[in-house]
Design a protein around this ligand. Structure first.
Ligand code: ZN
Length: 255
């Protein structure tokens, strides 16, 4: 068991050295999710434990059950499940939702309260599940911190353990995730749209929520966290409207 672990660690490191040593591969490394699914789960578990210590996780079962029920229904739209997806609610007035590596989705109470119905929440959760499914959080982390750092984190190297809290909160507050590419955001919108459609929610849920949030932003002059990291809201709204005529291809779920 130990031997296998060491060998796989060694193999992982050697692979990294080979990849890192080849300059011509560099442009691909940036976009290539070099962390395996089990490794991503392990990193996600570490962040999840840290966030549970640092943020006010809601224990009210009525709220949790509502969010989990919507999330679990959406999950039925995925052709495969790489992760043990789970959903947490954070006591926080700002309307926000975020996803950390390993398929772990967080929703603020502020977002739940801003949503008029389950369809709007399904739209938001579908979008977040789209990020999780295509492993955007792990990709963002790799891009932001580099492979060496993540390897240390993965093997609980003492030099990274002290920074786990900062890193977890950075993830939660969108510091890293604001670096999702526009392509990632559009992809998450497409997957979210397909999920709500396949699982019988109204396809206009996310659209209605975004329209409402955009008005809120205009009224307060402050950017809403859920939107701050995304392409311009009018662009996303126009794109989501176009899905009603031209539904995104299911091929986005097969990548
Ligand atoms: Zn997003």
């Amino acid at each position: 068991m130990m031997k296998t672990k060491i060998r796989s660690k060694y193999f992982f490191l050697v692979s990294l050295v080979i990849l890192a040593g080849c300059a011509s591969l560099e442009p691909y490394i940036r976009d290539f999710n070099i962390i395996s699914v089990p490794q991503e789960k392990e990193i996600g578990n570490q962040f999840e434990a840290e966030i549970a210590k640092e943020m006010a996780i809601v224990q009210d079962s009525a709220v949790n059950n509502r969010i989990s029920a919507i999330g679990n229904r959406l999950l039925q739209g995925f052709p495969r499940r790489d992760f043990d997806y789970r959903f947490h609610v954070v006591e926080d007035k700002t309307p926000n939702a975020f996803t950390i590596p390993g398929g772990i989705v967080y929703v603020h109470t502020g977002l739940i309260n801003s949503a008029s119905n389950d369809s709007e929440l399904a739209g938001v959760l579908g979008h977040e599940l789209g990020h999780a499914y295509r492993r955007h959080p792990a990709k963002g982390l790799t891009r932001e911190y580099g492979i060496d750092y993540l390897t240390k984190l993965l093997f609980k190297d003492a030099s990274t353990q002290g920074q786990l809290k900062t890193l977890a909160l950075n993830l939660a507050k969108g510091g890293i995730l604001s670096k999702y590419s526009r392509q990632d955001e559009y992809e998450a919108d497409e997957i979210g749209y397909l999920l709500v459609k396949k699982t019988g929610y109204s396809t206009s849920g996310l659209l209605n929520f975004l329209r409402k949030i955009m008005v809120l932003e205009q009224q307060t002059g402050r950017s809403v966290p859920f939107l701050a990291s995304h392409p311009p809201t009018p662009d996303r709204i126009a794109r989501l409207e176009s899905f009603e005529q031209n539904s995104p291809s299911e091929s986005v779920l097969n990548g």
